[in-house]
Design a binder for this molecule. Structure first.
Ligand SMILES: Cc1ncc(COP(=O)(O)O)c(C=O)c1O
Length: 390
């Protein structure tokens, strides 16, 4: 099929949920992907913060191949060694907790929301309201799109489930004012991703932790985008010397294979048999891929590497023409342009063989693979400069 055939068939056979950029990728290796015409691109988007080890990393391919040859799926009616091994590793890397496996970030957050509601019934006379933030993104299911703080994603689907209240990100005082008898939890991204990489103001997350302790609320951190080394720590909350009661993960966990996880500390570990479930969640194939991802991140020191590469990336972005602000943490960065040129620049970058993500008219988001090297970054930034000049 030619690219034109694919575009025409997509229009006929796929629902119109996505506005595609005019390119069809067919293969990838490391930080590079190739389109159907054989043109190469340096990938600074990595499947939107998913391909932590780049494309088709040999360790992930090997884990998938071996597991696929042995056992792909059994269901959660039975014990599973890869699932237990992955849960143990995640707990060792984060905080004392137990894990529920899902297939996506939205599903991991659904689990977190259900935990909060059940916990409220057991511990807080039925309190159910979750405080979330304007601009946040937690997924596209009805509950998670309601939890998210972007009305354009939720308004078409009203009536929305009750029990969510949105407050300005970074405003601890607003959380204190909004807390009432019905409040059960605070749910935030430790760095807001989808809205354009917005780190928390100093003291915000620490203040939320303290407030949740004082008021007997759960602190839910959505680390779907920030987790697993991206910000220069295994988890973004580790920059702040605190642990959440509930943490959600997805995106990078499977190195491109769909998997999500919800971790609950003992205080929030309220699910009992029958409370929640998933046919595919934590299946052997996905868990084997995730175990391979974690092993490579650890063996190759990619968490510290992400911090170093993030500094280089931020410095390079700051030198681009027309950039008024660079914000982010580790390999999760955004460049904000004075003029509304970001979408056009995204297209021009594609022409120059660099994949970037325009989140709005002014802002580019860069979430490259953790394996990226200084010369890759230099080549990519040179491409962005050419795109600006052209
Ligand atoms: C912070 C955050 N939470 C949740 C999600 C939803 O994840 P998924 O698309 O896997 O459902 C995303 C996706 O962008 C995200 O960035």
């Amino acid at each position: 099929m030619t690219d034109q055939d694919i575009a025409a068939a997509e229009h006929t056979y796929l629902m119109g949920t996505f506005k595609r950029l005019p390119v069809t990728f067919v293969e990838g290796r490391g930080v590079t992907v190739r389109d159907s015409a054989g043109k190469e691109y340096i990938d600074l988007v990595a499947g939107i913060a998913v391909n932590l080890l780049g494309h088709s990393h040999p360790a992930v391919v090997q884990a998938l191949t071996e597991q696929a040859g042995r056992l792909i799926h059994t269901s959660n009616l039975y014990y599973s060694e890869p699932q237990v091994a992955l849960a143990r590793r995640l707990v060792e890397l984060s905080f004392p907790s137990r894990v529920f496996f899902a297939n996506s970030g939205a599903e991991a957050n659904e689990a977190a929301i259900k935990i909060a509601r059940k916990w409220g019934k057991l511990n807080r006379q039925g309190a159910y309201e979750i405080l979330t933030t304007d601009g946040s993104f937690h997924g596209r299911t009805l509950a998670t799109v309601t939890a998210g703080g972007q009305e354009r994603y939720s308004a078409p689907f009203a009536p929305l489930p009750p029990g969510f209240r949105h407050l300005p990100y970074g405003d601890l005082e607003a959380v204190k004012q909004a807390t009432g008898a019905d409040t059960v939890a605070v749910m935030v991204e430790p760095v807001m991703g989808e809205v354009g990489v917005v780190p928390p103001p100093s003291g915000y997350l620490e203040g939320l932790r303290q407030w949740c302790d004082e008021q007997d609320l759960l602190l839910i951190l959505d680390e779907v985008q920030t987790g697993l080394g991206r910000t220069g720590r295994w988890f973004a909350h580790q920059h702040h010397g605190l642990t959440p009661d509930v943490m959600t993960l997805a995106k990078g966990l499977g190195g491109g294979v769909p998997i999500g996880a919800c971790l609950a500390a003992p205080r929030a570990d309220v699910f009992e048999p029958g409370d929640h479930g998933s046919t595919f969640g934590g299946n052997p194939l996905a868990c084997s891929a995730a175990l391979a991802v974690l092993k490579v991140i650890e063996e190759e020191g990619l968490v510290g590497h992400a911090a170093e590469m993030g500094d280089l990336l931020a410095a390079g972005l700051g030198e681009l023409d027309g950039v008024t602000l660079v914000r982010g943490r580790g390999l999760m960065q955004a460049a904000v342009f004075e003029q509304p040129t970001a979408r056009q620049l995204q297209m021009r970058c594609l022409e120059e063989g660099v994949i970037v993500n325009a989140v709005d008219d002014h802002t580019l988001r860069l979430v490259p693979p953790l394996i990226i090297q200084p010369d890759d970054l230099e080549r990519a930034l040179a491409g962005v400069r050419r795109a600006q000049a052209g």
